[in-house]
Design a protein around this ligand. Structure first.
Ligand SMILES: C[S@@+](CC[C@H](N)C(=O)[O-])C[C@H]1O[C@@H](n2cnc3c(N)ncnc32)[C@H](O)[C@@H]1O
Length: 448
């Protein structure tokens, strides 16, 4: 159920976005709330834009459901607020689906993105190529491709990953493996375009569902037939090709405007080949909410990007440490007093997962490094918009928006605004135990 944000506000009795009463008055978190009091701005109309659901009607962006994405309209809005022109250079250091890059391209602004998850890197890079299609092209190719599936050998996939053993019926698994081999026979860019569609049907052809924290097994689910699912995707692409002609008429796609995407780690930008110093960042990091992208996107990764479980785990431990299996090094400590405060409080409680304090420390160590890197590569006067969620564990609120903003100030950014776009609820368990508290989802506006 989608909650109306004003209703949520009433439910939680939100009086103001900065709520010092949540914390003891002499605590670090209360100090942060007081410190940033003047920067808060509540704009709940932006709430609908901070999630992927806004992309469901946007040609091509709707093809691959990247649950953690924000929407086309959010990027449009901030390009407008930042008065972006063709002279700007937009950077998304956590590109995901590539919403920022795709939207910048449609606005005629050059951009660059990086992501450390192979499927996200692939999708960011491939989506803009759909704009080069002519009407009927994909439909014609699909008719040919369909016939190759039966005679193709099943592609190798990472079958030693536990979820792969239960995710599919035998028939669907075999058909999907053959379909992948058939797709690989195509030339570029059609190979990549069909691969993207292929990844987008894996969930519906399986007994799994990407809900919340996990890729859940749902044995009572009725999986789609791969050929029928792909057929529907091709119909969607054809609809998008003709709609794009109307929506984006006048847009000339040339080399300069196709976003550049690198497979990389935003904790170290020293080797990224920027055309010039970026002038704008519009981004959203992983949230400190325990979700593990390598689990949510395990089917895609196992079908194409990793050969075995070891390689999957290497990706898991290589991405930003926002999930529960994150490893903390012996010489790493909370990099901010508010993080130290929360971590110490949590350590004294009985947690449903004892690794939460480690994860929080590692998350903020990583984010401190990320913010420092951004400051290094951006041009003077560059504008930054970061969408981020606060989190709450065992009743302890972590004001991620304020901690990141203070870290940004410490390296030289000017914090202009903290826009509250949504209030989220808590898990029913937390509410029962610790009462109802609204959790902010904010857009942080910084300037170099
Ligand atoms: C919240 S998502 C971004 C979604 C994006 N705004 C969109 O609209 O699709 C965060 C992204 O950060 C990526 N990521 C995780 N660790 C990273 C790292 N160390 N460097 C770069 N990207 C990373 C994840 O793979 C994920 O795609």
């Amino acid at each position: 159920m989608k909650l109306d944000q004003h209703f949520v506000g009433k439910l939680f009795n939100v009086k103001s976005p900065h709520d010092v009463t949540l914390y003891p008055s002499d605590s670090e978190r209360a100090r942060l709330e007081r410190n940033f009091r003047g920067k808060f701005k509540e704009e709940l109309k932006l709430g609908a834009f901070v999630s992927y659901s806004g992309n469901k009607k946007i040609p091509f962006l709707r093809l691959y459901r990247y649950k953690e994405a924000f929407s086309y309209n959010l990027v449009k809005e901030f390009l407008k607020r930042f008065e972006a022109t063709e002279q700007d250079y937009v950077f998304d250091p956590f590109s995901g689906l590539g919403t920022t890059l795709f939207t910048s391209m449609l606005s005629g602004i050059p951009s660059i993105g990086i992501d450390k998850l192979p499927i996200a890197y692939f999708v960011s890079m491939t989506l803009p190529k759909f704009l080069l299609l002519k009407e009927g092209e994909m439909k014609k190719l699909w008719e040919k491709l369909k016939k190759w599936v039966d005679e193709s050998d099943p592609a190798d996939v990472a079958l030693d990953v536990p979820i792969m053993r239960n995710a599919f019926s035998e028939e669907n698994l075999l058909l999907l493996r053959k379909m992948k081999s058939a797709i690989l026979k195509l030339d570029s860019p059609y190979k990549e375009l069909f691969l993207l569609l292929f990844f987008s049907i894996l969930e519906e052809c399986s007994f799994t569902s990407k809900d919340g924290q996990f890729l859940r097994l749902k044995k009572d689910k009725q999986p789609s037939h791969p050929i029928e699912a792909m057929q529907r995707k091709v119909v969607q692409v054809e609809e998008d090709v003709s709609n794009a002609k109307l929506l984006y008429s006048g847009l000339t796609i040339d080399e300069n405007i196709i976003p550049k995407v690198e497979y990389g780690d935003t904790r170290d930008l020293s080797n990224v080949e920027f055309e010039k110093e970026p002038t704008i960042i519009i981004t959203s990091p992983p949230y400190a909410n325990r979700y593990d992208y390598t689990r949510t996107y395990a089917l895609e990764l196992c079908f194409h990007f990793v050969r075995n479980f070891e390689e999957l785990k290497a990706i898991r431990y290589g991405i930003l440490r926002s999930h529960i299996e994150s490893r903390l090094l012996d010489d790493e400590y909370p990099p901010h007093p508010a993080v130290k405060e929360v971590v110490e409080l949590l350590k004294s409680k009985k947690l449903n997962n004892p690794r939460i304090p480690h994860m929080l420390t590692a998350y903020f160590v990583d984010m401190a490094q990320v913010i420092e890197q951004w400051h290094k590569v951006l041009s003077k006067g560059a504008k930054v918009a970061v969408v981020v969620d606060n989190v709450r564990f065992e009743g302890e609120m972590v004001p991620v928006d304020l901690i990141l903003s203070e870290m940004a100030e410490n390296v030289g950014f000017n914090v202009k605004e903290i826009i509250v776009a949504r209030y989220k609820g808590n898990s029913s368990q937390q509410m029962k135990k610790y009462g109802r508290v609204p959790v902010r989802e904010s857009i942080l506006i910084w300037e170099k």
